[in-house]
Design a protein around this ligand. Structure first.
Ligand SMILES: NC(=O)c1ccc[n+]([C@@H]2O[C@H](COP(=O)([O-])OP(=O)(O)OC[C@H]3O[C@@H](n4cnc5c(N)ncnc54)[C@H](OP(=O)(O)O)[C@@H]3O)[C@@H](O)[C@H]2O)c1
Length: 296
């Protein structure tokens, strides 16, 4: 820990930002969160309101930014511009942007990718000392009642990715470790890190790790993106559900073969951290808690 470092975590109320906050606190660092709702260690504010960002950035040296579940291009670019302006005014020594998703080589028709490409371009052109992290897909997406119950009750692992799509799944905890390294490692300003775990699995390989962890046969079921989107719509609303579904539509169509399977050696080379194997995360979850008969 350094007495001189003061961190701001934008998106601290979300699962990704909260993992970064936990990790920084565990390391004994000074942390302030930013989000619309109040909370522990949190300064309330809105990314659309520059005055709240100015207040939150007072005295801050290091910033981790997770963009919210918004896919309207103008809104995303306004959020990013407001972050950049506040970071410049505070003269921060490092800004780490989490694009929340990989960024495909070629332009796509999907806002979930293109708004993040535009956000990344804006921070990289800002002149600030920036590191960009482009994570693959979070293992934590699988720790929910619907997925968990299908695993333990039916022996089915369902996710909206084609069975042959290789994915180097990553946990929120490893994202946090990578973010802290990106915040603190000297000399890596300007790096764009394609962040994934140390191994890339097909659907069948992922299901096999669930089988080993739960002691039952588990089969991978590629969920139709339309069905996935309609489930999300009830929880997130139409615009956010359509945005998220776009990620999986592209993955099922034309995405670069290695879009979700980056070279882990590059992660280690730039950040000097090693992500954990998929099986470690799967084995650490209490899958039985999702069983219909479970006492939670
Ligand atoms: N790669 C993957 O596997 C994966 C998985 C999940 C999500 N994602 C992506 O990650 C991004 C974030 O997703 P999420 O589900 O974590 O989103 P989220 O919960 O909507 O956003 C994260 C946090 O940002 C805060 N926030 C939202 N709007 C804000 C605003 N205008 N000003 C200030 N703070 C604001 C929210 O806290 P308050 O309500 O307190 O403001 C929220 O907790 C999305 O782009 C999503 O597609 C990727």
């Amino acid at each position: 820990m350094s007495e001189a470092r003061r961190h701001l975590v934008i998106g601290a109320n979300g699962a990704q930002g909260a993992a970064v906050v936990r990790r920084l606190l565990a390391d004994g660092e000074h942390v302030r969160g930013f989000g619309r709702r109040a909370g522990a260690h949190l300064v309330p504010g809105d990314l659309a309101d520059p005055s709240t960002l100015t207040a939150a950035f007072a005295g801050i040296t290091h910033v981790s930014a997770v963009l919210p579940l918004v896919f309207d291009r103008e809104t995303v670019l306004t959020h990013v511009r407001n972050i950049v302006d506040a970071a410049k005014a505070a003269a921060v020594t490092r800004l780490v942007l989490n694009t929340n998703t990989p960024v495909p080589r070629d332009v796509t028709p999907f806002a979930a990718y293109e708004t993040r490409r535009a956000a990344e371009d804006a921070v990289r052109c800002s002149g600030l000392p920036v590191v960009v992290l482009r994570p693959t897909v979070y293992l934590d997406n699988l720790a929910n009642p619907v997925t968990g119950r299908a695993v333990v009750e039916d022996g089915v692992l369902a996710y909206p990715l084609p069975p042959d799509r290789s994915v180097a799944w990553i946990s929120h905890d490893d994202l946090a470790a990578a973010t802290v390294a990106a915040l603190h490692r000297p000399g890596i300003e300007g790096a764009v890190v394609r962040l994934g775990g140390p191994e890339a699995f097909s659907g069948a390989e992922l299901a096999a790790t669930f089988g080993a962890a739960t002691g039952r046969q588990v089969t991978y079921l590629p969920l139709e993106v339309e069905r996935f989107e309609s489930g999300l719509r009830d929880v997130l609303g139409e615009a956010a559900a359509a945005g998220v579904a776009g990620i999986y539509r592209w993955a099922a169509q034309a995405a670069d073969p290695d879009l979700f399977a980056p070279d882990h050696d590059e992660v280690e080379r730039v950040l000097r951290v090693r992500m954990h194997p998929i099986a470690t995360w799967v084995a650490a979850q209490r899958w039985e808690r999702w069983a219909a008969t479970a006492v939670r």
